[in-house]
Design a protein around this ligand. Structure first.
Ligand code: UDP
Ligand code: MG
Length: 319
C-alpha cells in the first residue's frame, strides 16, 4: 500500500453500537476523496465488543489500522496515540459516536487544500444535550478564553483537520497533560473554523462522566493559564486591605466604644473562618499545579498498548 494522504483518527471506548454505522458513513465520504485514506481506530480499553469489531474491520479492509490500549486511558490520550501513528499528510480527528458528522470532512479538506493548516469544527448548537451540559460547556469555554494565554476558540472540540506539520509539532510536545484543542491553538499556523450543528449520539451513552468532563475542564485551564496562581496574591491583597480597616475599626471600638457588640466572638469567628477558607482554597489551587508537575516529572509513558493491527515497524513512531 502506498502512503496515505488522508488519515482519520477515531478514539473508541465501548462504542459497539456505533462502529458499523460509523464505518459505513465514513467509507461513503472517503470514497469521494482523491487520495489514499487510512483509518486509525484507537480502542481505549473497551469492555464491550468494540475491539473484536475493530479487528474484523481491519481484516476486511486493510485501510483500517488499529491500536488497543491495555486499559482505559481517556479520550485525549487515545487521540494522542492515534496521532503518534498517523502517516497521512492531512489528519482528521473525530469521535466515533457520529456526533461529528463525517460529511463535514469534505469541507475541511477543501479548506486544507486552500492552504489552511488547521481546520476546526465549531458548534453553533448542540442538539439533545442536557441544559446542564450546554450551560456548563458555554460557561467553561468563555472562562477559558478569558484566562488562557492563547486564543482557544470557543465551542470547538477535537473534531478537526490538521496538516502533517502541525501533527509533527503536536507529537513532539512532551507533556502528558494533553488538552489537545488547546495545544492545537497554541501551535499557530493558519487556522480556520467550519460551523456545524452537533448531532445527538447515534447510539449508546456519553462515555465522559461528569468527573471526566470536570477534569478535562480543569486541565484546560491549568495547562493554559497561571491566572489561578495569581489569585492567591489578589485575594491576599484584598484581605490585607480589609484587615487594615478592621484593625483601625477594632482599635476605635476598643478605645472609644467598649460596648460594641461586634467585638468578641462574632468578629473573631468570622475572620478565622474567612481566612481559613481562603488559605485552603489557595493551597488547593497550588496543589492542582504541583500535582501536574509531579505527573510530568514521573515521566511514565502516556499509554500502554496491548495490541496493534496494520502497523509495520517502519510505520511506528520513533520513540
Ligand atoms: N472516548 C474514549 N475514551 C474515554 C471516553 C470517550 O476514547 O475514556 C471516546 C468515545 O468513544 C467517543 C469520543 O471519545 O468516540 C467522545 O466521547 P463521548 O461521545 O462520550 O463524549 P462527548 O465529547 O460527546 O461529550
Ligand atoms: Mg459524543
Amino acid at each position: 500500500m502506498t502512503k496515505p494522504i488522508y488519515s482519520l483518527v477515531i478514539p473508541i471506548y465501548n462504542e459497539e453500537e456505533n462502529i458499523t454505522e460509523m464505518y459505513r458513513r465514513l467509507i461513503n465520504v472517503t470514497s469521494q476523496l482523491d487520495g489514499e485514506v487510512e483509518l486509525i481506530l484507537i480502542d481505549d480499553g473497551s469492555r464491550d465488543r468494540s475491539l473484536s469489531m475493530i479487528r474484523e474491520l481491519h481484516h476486511c479492509d486493510r485501510r483500517v489500522r488499529y491500536l488497543s490500549f491495555a486499559r482505559n486511558f481517556g479520550h485525549q490520550i487515545a487521540v494522542t496515540a492515534g496521532l503518534n501513528f498517523v502517516q497521512g499528510k492531512s489528519i482528521i480527528v473525530m469521535d466515533a459516536d457520529l456526533q461529528d458528522p463525517p460529511e463535514l470532512i469534505l469541507k475541511m479538506i477543501e479548506k486544507w487544500q486552500q492552504g489552511y493548516q488547521v481546520v476546526y469544527a465549531q458548534r453553533i448548537s448542540r442538539q439533545k444535550e442536557s441544559w446542564l451540559k450546554r450551560l456548563t460547556a458555554y460557561a467553561f469555554y468563555r472562562i477559558l478564553q478569558r484566562l488562557a494565554n492563547v486564543d482557544i476558540p470557543a465551542d470547538t472540540g477535537d473534531f478537526c483537520l490538521m496538516d502533517r506539520q502541525v501533527v509533527d509539532i503536536l507529537n513532539a510536545m512532551p507533556e502528558r497533560n494533553r488538552y489537545i484543542r488547546g495545544l492545537r491553538a497554541w501551535i499557530g499556523f493558519r487556522q480556520t473554523a467550519i460551523h456545524f450543528e452537533r448531532n445527538p449520539r447515534f447510539a449508546g451513552k456519553v462515555k465522559y462522566t461528569f468527573g471526566q468532563s470536570w477534569a478535562l475542564a480543569v486541565d484546560g485551564i491549568i495547562s493554559f493559564s497561571i491566572v489561578p496562581l495569581r489569585l492567591a496574591t489578589y485575594i491576599g491583597l484584598l484581605s490585607a486591605g480589609i484587615a487594615l480597616l478592621m484593625i483601625l475599626l477594632v482599635l476605635y471600638w476598643r478605645l472609644f466604644d467598649p460596648v460594641s457588640p461586634l467585638i468578641g466572638f462574632t468578629l473573631i469567628t468570622i475572620a478565622m473562618l474567612f481566612l481559613g477558607s481562603v488559605q485552603l482554597l489557595c493551597i488547593g489551587i497550588l496543589g492542582e499545579y504541583i500535582g501536574r508537575i509531579y505527573e510530568e516529572v514521573k515521566g511514565r509513558p502516556i499509554y500502554t498498548l496491548k495490541e496493534t493491527g496494520g502497523f509495520t515497524k517502519t510505520s511506528e513512531p520513533a520513540k
